[in-house]
Design a protein around this ligand. Structure first.
Ligand SMILES: [Ca+2]
Ligand SMILES: [Ca+2]
Length: 94
């Protein structure tokens, strides 16, 4: 699972420290997680999913057939590379 901190609060010039701390609180920020890795839809992450990422390896959103490979882009950085392979491999080992 990939998680990233999303800040909803936009800091403005002149914000007090109190406002900045408030903005950084749980209420204004949240962790967004996307669970990826199950590419073939069998509800588990296994070697078959890893093979699908491997098959899509090197694809980017600049490729005309990106739509058929984008599910292999586990971390949603618009390319399928070693990071995605590693993410799926890590899930298999878990
Ligand atoms: Ca699977
Ligand atoms: Ca990626």
């Amino acid at each position: 699972m990939y998680c990233s901190l999303v800040r909803k609060h936009k800091y403005r010039k002149g914000d007090s420290f109190a406002q900045i701390f408030e903005g950084a609180s749980q209420k204004e920020s949240f962790i967004k997680c996307h669970d990826g890795g199950d590419l073939n839809g069998d509800s588990k992450v296994s070697i078959g999913d890893l093979a699908m990422v491997a098959a899509a390896y090197g694809k980017t959103d600049a490729d005309a057939d990106w739509n058929q490979y984008k599910s292999a882009d586990i971390n949603h950085d618009k390319k399928v590379d070693i990071d995605d392979l590693a993410a799926v491999a890590a899930k298999i080992l878990k």
